[in-house]
Design a protein around this ligand. Structure first.
Ligand SMILES: [Zn+2]
Length: 240
């Protein structure tokens, strides 16, 4: 009696089918949702430092869903940023993105972290004036974030000429406290000027600011106002 192994073509076909289906599943999982783009493909000279990808953030660890270093946004949000960048370029300035699209699982990670009152290792740097129990009630952390809708971005201004680097905004990114508010009174004239330039340029190209975080903006005409996405950030997602 002949066994299946004596029909190599059948065995090879079977293995190919198994492997082939596996590849298809994998490929499906690696696609960007329709309407999303890598920001650096729309704004090639934009700078990006996704702060939730490594440990220099208020959690003190890599945040769930940040497996890549490239910022993702909806296409209209990225195109609006291209206009902001073009205007800034003429002044020797550019944008530095700290966060853009944020998976819902990352927001869930923030909520989990906020409930663990024993973990205060980043308090001194990121929230020295706010009790950890107050981060939710004061609006610094929420169960949902506009970032998961793909049209919200955290960013600052950088100088493209000497002296290079980030412009002084009075606080660094994700400082949870009154000095990060738009109406704070504790800024120098230079800090007021820098913040005003960022706010005015972003607003001019369709973004709305957030009163408690000078770095946070949402495209007013965002295409997915009610959808909270949860795909992982990776650097090699295929664009549809
Ligand atoms: Zn933000």
């Amino acid at each position: 009696m002949r066994t299946l192994w004596q029909y190599p073509s059948i065995v090879v076909s079977f293995l190919f089918l198994c492997f082939g289906f596996g590849m298809n599943d994998n490929a499906r999982a690696q696609k960007l949702p329709l309407g999303f783009v890598y920001v650096d493909e729309v704004v090639p000279d934009i700078r990006t430092d996704l702060r939730y990808r490594l440990a220099d953030n208020f959690v003190g660890a890599t945040v769930d869903g940040y497996l890549g270093a490239r910022a993702l946004l909806t296409q209209p949000a990225a195109q609006a940023l291209a206009k902001v960048q073009a205007e800034l370029r003429e002044q020797g300035l550019g944008l530095l993105i700290f966060d853009a699209y944020r998976p819902q699982r990352a927001v869930n990670h923030f909520a989990r972290w906020a409930k663990d009152l024993s973990d205060t290792k980043m308090k001194q740097r990121y929230y020295p004036e706010v009790e950890k129990t107050e981060l939710f009630s004061q609006g610094y952390i929420a169960g949902r974030s506009g970032h998961s809708r793909g049209s919200t971005v955290d960013l600052t201004l950088v100088s493209l000429t000497a002296p290079y680097g980030e412009l002084d905004m009075g606080t660094f990114f994700d400082f949870f406290g009154e000095r990060s508010w738009l109406d704070t009174k504790s800024l120098t004239a230079a800090q007021i000027h820098n913040r005003a330039l960022l706010q005015q340029t972003m607003k001019k190209h369709g973004f709305s600011p957030y009163s408690k975080e000078w770095w946070h903006f949402t495209l007013s005409t965002e295409p997915f106002p009610d959808t909270y996405f949860d795909f992982e950030i990776r650097d090699d997602l295929s664009v549809q």
